[in-house]
Ligand binder design. Structure first.
Ligand code: AMP
Length: 113
């Protein structure tokens, strides 16, 4: 799998605002936030898209959701509400081919496209 900008963040080759890290994931603030709270929960294993995650790694996807939930609580948007988005491939709007979950909230979000 090719090196991505997120791999460089994980390896501390480029800076990021890191909110959380463990053996499996890292969570950072999005550099171009779409809402007052916009975090990215990034898998340390650089699967390019969710399509590439093997059945045996389903736990990783659950872990990303659990970390997102905890961050929503930390940033006080759990009750007001937030959106979790994982873009996949060009029609899904994916830009960085290294799986990540967007955690977006802190304002009333519009309807999905
Ligand atoms: P996606 O369209 O789902 O691939 O989203 C990629 C996200 O990564 C976008 O929201 C970008 O703003 C964000 N992003 C790209 N480079 C960086 C970076 N160096 N630090 C933080 N977020 C980034």
């Amino acid at each position: 799998m090719s090196t991505t900008i997120f791999t460089k963040i994980i390896q501390r080759e480029i800076p990021a605002r890191i909110e959380y890290e463990d053996d499996e994931v890292i969570a950072i603030h999005d550099i171009q936030p779409q809402a007052p709270v916009h975090l990215l929960v990034i898998s340390k294993e650089p699967y390019p898209t969710v399509n590439d995650v093997p059945e045996g790694q389903v736990q990783l996807l659950g872990k990303m959701m659990m970390v997102a939930k905890q961050l929503a609580q930390k940033f006080s948007i759990a009750e007001s509400g937030y959106r979790l988005v994982m873009n996949c491939n060009p029609d899904g709007g994916q830009v960085v081919y290294h799986i990540h979950l967007h955690v977006i909230g802190g304002k009333k979000l519009g309807t999905m496209a």
